[in-house]
Ligand binder design. Structure first.
Ligand SMILES: Nc1nc2c(c(=O)[nH]1)N[C@H]1C(S)=C(S)[C@@H](COP(=O)(O)O)O[C@H]1N2
Ligand SMILES: [Mo]
Length: 507
């Protein structure tokens, strides 16, 4: 029993018990509210108990990562104690139970001291889970000595199960706690009143009755593109935006600093570069925020600067040409709100960028924390992965009705769809059936050059299969090309083409 494998097994039991304790504690904490996690509570207590000089030294030594260092330190101490507890209970289980109990008491004390009675719940659950897992796994390991084949199997399965369960519990609890924090913070933000409201959307701005999307995309339906697996949980209260690099003066702006500047509202159609011809990655919202050019002007741009390199809390980066962001007529925003509410967590709460006329991957960083003014040399996330550096949105159009493959009654049918050429504006949309002559569609009332425009046109369809195509012409006089291109590297092109079948009306 004192073989090296035996020792590893008992060390593992200790570690798994600790993992189970943390996972269970974090899961419960997720339901309790912000800051109830076992590690957070113990960390806070440790900070409170440590002498002032030590705190100052830690801040000097580790700066912004002091919290990470504290967490890492706590994890190392816990892991070491867990291994010891496991190894020390090879012959008798009492030692392990005692160590877990001791840590449980410390957690309980920290929880109550830092958060009151409610703070006792997560440590209690954690210690119970830790004791239970320790007891069960140890029993399995001991039976292994008696009945090696059965015990080994059971022990292995148990270990894997406990490890996976602890990880899932931790993840769920952590996500819940973060989402709760973010929602509370969003509610506390209240209403974001713009100094200059966006012009109202006229009744004729969409042809929703004929099958186009509504002009403003409701937030829950707005398309989403994320590189991160989970939505970053941020609070407006903690928000800091750093503006630095080739500037006269560095800025550090909190949420209220931005809000107090006088917000403007702007209705913008965003598009993803990954949108296929006919695709769904396009939506429109009225954003409320601070004009980016004002912030850049305040920082003072130094000669030679070319690019604004933005970084998100989740590590995503984008590089936007400085001249685009510095141009007041472009109207790029540091957006705080979307369609009358603070940004939803999925769309970048507390603050994101929105830039009319550029695909999102170069210009719409969500959960924005850093703006570095720099040269074009620096490469952002998608550029490093082979996508184009500039990302201007291409003039395109889409058929929404009828859908590809749809059966329509023969005779008169209304065709409808959307067209976009952000920051240039749509001049015309033409439609043709079965390769016939191009016919001009009716356009919806224009809201601005930065938003999509809807089109519709009635056509006669005889019985049988038909090919419907559309193409847009923008205000620069450019008609979208028929040449098919994939989204990689800088946006898809080609005419959206759908096949439909017209059936006899009275069957
Ligand atoms: N932090 C972060 N910001 C991001 C992205 C991302 O993955 N992470 N995706 C970008 C891309 S590719 C697009 S098209 C838009 C999409 O914004 P939405 O998800 O609010 O529609 O956000 C941009 N900003
Ligand atoms: Mo995108």
């Amino acid at each position: 029993m004192d073989s090296p494998t035996g020792r590893i097994r008992f060390a593992l039991i200790g570690l798994l018990a600790a993992a189970a304790a943390l996972g269970a504690g974090q899961l419960v904490a997720g339901f309790l509210g912000p800051g109830y996690g076992p590690l957070t509570v113990v960390g806070d207590a440790a900070v409170d108990l440590s002498p002032q000089p030590l705190k100052e030294w830690a801040i000097r030594a580790f700066g912004e990562s002091d919290k990470t260092v504290l967490f890492a330190g706590a994890a190392v101490v816990l892991a070491a104690a867990a291994v010891l507890a496991g190894l020390g209970s090879r012959r008798r289980s009492g030692f392990g139970f005692a160590v877990i109990g001791l840590f449980g008491m410390a957690g309980l004390a920290a929880g109550i001291a830092e958060r009151g009675a409610r703070g006792a719940i997560a440590p209690l659950v954690a210690v119970i889970a830790g004791l239970a897992v320790f007891g069960l796994l140890r029993a399995a390991a001991v039976s292994n000595r008696v009945e090696p084949s059965i015990g080994r199997r059971r022990f292995l399965l148990g270990s894997v199960g406990v490890g996976a369960g602890a990880a899932v519990a931790w993840f769920v609890g952590d996500t819940l706690a973060g989402a709760g924090d973010t929602q509370r913070s969003r509610l506390a933000v209240g209403s974001l009143r713009p100094r200059t409201p966006a012009p109202p959307i006229p009744a004729g701005a969409d042809f929703a009755g004929s099958g186009t999307p509504r002009f403003i995309t409701p937030n829950p339906e707005f398309y989403r593109i994320d590189t991160a697996l989970s939505v970053p949980a941020m609070r407006a209260e903690d928000y800091r935006l750093r503006v630095h690099g080739m500037v006269e003066r560095e800025l550090e702006l909190g949420y209220e600093d931005l809000r107090e500047r006088g917000l403007v509202a702007k209705t913008i159609t965003m598009t993803c570069v990954s949108n296929e011809v006919g695709g769904e990655y396009i939506s429109t919202a009225t954003f409320v925020g601070v004009p980016i050019h004002e912030v850049l002007t305040e920082a003072g741009i130094r000669p030679g600067a070319q690019q604004v390199f933005s970084t998100s809390a989740d590590g995503f980066t984008a590089g936007t040409p400085l001249d685009v962001l510095h141009d007041p007529r472009r109207g790029a925003l540091l957006a705080l709100g979307m369609n009358g509410e603070p940004l939803p967590a999925e769309h970048g709460f507390p603050v994101r960028m929105v830039t009319p006329g550029l695909y999102g991957y170069v210009s719409a960083t969500k959960w924005l924390v850093d703006l570095e003014i720099t040269t074009f040399a620096k490469q952002a996330y998608w550029e490093q992965r082979g996508w184009g550096k500039w990302g201007p949105i291409k003039t395109e159009s889409r058929i929404d009705r009828p859908r590809a493959g749809e059966r329509v009654p023969e005779g008169r049918t209304m065709l409808a769809g959307i067209a976009w050429a952000q920051h240039t504006g749509i001049e015309a949309v033409e439609v043709r059936v079965d390769g016939g002559p191009w016919q001009c569609a009716q356009l919806s009332t224009e809201v601005s050059a930065d938003t999509w425009r809807m089109w519709r046109i009635p056509v006669e369809l005889g019985r049988g299969e038909h090919t419907i195509q559309c193409r847009a012409t923008d205000r620069s006089g450019y008609t979208q090309t028929e040449a098919r291109a994939d989204p990689v590297p800088d946006g898809a092109t080609g005419w959206h083409t759908v096949l439909v079948t017209a059936d006899p009306a009275n069957r």
